[in-house]
Design a protein around this ligand. Structure first.
Ligand code: XLS
Ligand code: CA
Ligand code: CA
Length: 435
């Protein structure tokens, strides 16, 4: 087939390479611990930012120069993008991709037509997946862009919109299942509200719970084995998003009895928008057995919105990989680059630079995190810091052997508290030595 991108296959050349487009750290088959890098990282292409995003922002239109620009027929455009997507992933050695229905096939106001478009494009994707061995990390539906979702999808005031969103999710789940998708994602989109003056939050939350219950039931019905994931985000587009952060989502899932059906897809930029660190969100999901997958990007510390940048922050990536390794890996999730180029980075080869940046950042972070855990320095420190909980009164508290009365009696016998330093600066110095 004719090549769409001028850029050739990207090779691993090591950290001293002078080639502008080469991997300096991502060496896919290199073993780190018990697995090759590629199996630790499970990198994925986001179809929306990579193949359909144009660089438009609230002040200006698209800037990106793409080989498929000017293809007027919507189905022909979708096919051209699919050709480009698989060429791009193959050249980068990306093993996975993720998509919203509308990224891969033309939108239509006529639901039957919309579904038919998606089926026809699924034929195309299925064939390309078989040819290349590239797999689907997750599918999802876009239930936030179309004006029908102005008041939300499953949390709309209008029950007809709830039904429409259900039809969309049903179809997107069918196609994800058909393509062997390993997960299915629910990002809240417009599932939130602007003002209590016009909103019944109790009904909206119940409806969100009902909607996700139906999704879990439908998954069982069709025998879809993939993991269902919820992706938290605190703002954009609505002021109060119902899926604000990991802790909020876990509370929500438990309230509606859904905690065994869903895990969390954590996006770095969403974590920081919520006022958390990325690793905090990963940690909260991990300790609750709910770490599902990752959208690997980063925000800008000076801008308060979802900038979706390619990840370059090594400290953040190392902290994230420590959580992933402690989780025993991220599979069946992966590291999806939900990241877009800056508007002035408009040339096709900038796309390659974005992915190489992200993949090298995480490959390096994986190796560093692996060494940190092997050396066990922080874990040893933490274990020592909490040693009062392994014996004596600490052990009795954990065993449920004492209550307030016994503790009050104990406290009276033990007035001199011996406090140790938390030594944050010392520990940060150690971390620096690894990075
Ligand atoms: C938007 C989200 C979205 C989800 C998939 O901010 O990141 O792209 O990942 O709908
Ligand atoms: Ca995302
Ligand atoms: Ca985002």
């Amino acid at each position: 087939m004719e090549q769409i991108f001028e850029t050739g296959t990207i090779a691993y050349e090591g950290k001293d390479s002078q080639t502008p487009l080469a991997f300096r750290f991502y060496d896919r088959d290199r073993m780190v611990g018990d697995k090759p890098m590629k199996d630790h990282l499970r990198f994925s292409m986001s179809y929306w930012h990579t193949m359909t995003g144009g660089g438009d922002d609230p002040f200006g239109s698209a800037t990106m120069q793409r080989q498929w620009d000017g293809t007027a027929d919507p189905m022909a455009l979708s096919r051209k993008r699919a050709d480009a997507a698989f060429e791009f992933m193959t050249k980068l050695g990306l093993d996975y991709f993720c998509f919203h229905d509308v990224d891969v096939s033309p939108e239509s106001d006529d639901l039957a037509r919309r579904e038919d478009n998606l089926d026809r494009m699924a034929d195309v994707l299925e064939e390309k997946m078989a040819q290349t061995g590239i797999r689907l990390l997750w599918g999802t539906t876009n239930a936030f862009s179309h004006p029908r979702f102005v008041h939300g999808a499953s949390t709309s005031c209008n029950a007809d919109v709830f039904a429409y969103a259900a039809a969309q999710v049903k179809k997107a789940m069918d196609v994800t299942h058909r393509l062997g998708g390993e997960n299915y994602v629910f990002w809240g989109g417009r599932e939130g509200y602007e003002t209590l003056l016009n909103t019944d939050t109790a009904l909206e939350l119940d409806n969100l719970g009902r909607f996700l219950t139906m999704a879990a039931e439908y998954k069982e019905k069709i025998g879809f084995k993939g993991q269902l994931l919820i992706e938290p985000k605190p703002k954009e587009p609505t002021k109060h998003q119902y899926d604000f952060d990991t802790a909020t989502v876990i509370g929500f899932l438990r309230k509606y009895g859904l905690e065994d059906h869903f895990k969390i897809n954590i996006e770095a930029n969403h974590a920081t928008l919520a006022g958390h660190s990325f690793e905090h969100e990963l940690n909260m999901a991990r300790i609750n057995g709910m770490l599902g997958s990752i959208d690997a990007n980063q925000g800008d510390p000076q801008l308060g919105w979802d900038t979706d940048q390619f990840p370059s922050d090594l400290y953040m990536a190392v902290a994230a990989m420590i959580e992933v390794l402690k989780n025993g890996g991220i599979a069946p999730g992966g590291l999806n680059f939900d990241a877009k180029l800056r508007r002035p980075s408009m040339k096709p080869d900038d796309l390659f630079h974005g992915y190489v940046l992200g993949m090298d950042t995480y490959a390096r972070a994986l190796e560093i995190a692996h060494r940190i855990l092997e050396d066990g320095v922080f874990e040893e420190f933490v274990a020592r810091r909490y040693r009062s909980w392994t014996e004596g009164i600490g052990r009795q508290i954990r065993d449920g052997a004492v209550g307030f009365e016994e503790l009050a009696a104990y406290a009276r016998t033990n007035p001199a508290l011996d406090q140790e330093s938390g030594r944050q600066e010392y520990l940060e110095g150690i971390l620096n030595r690894y990075i």
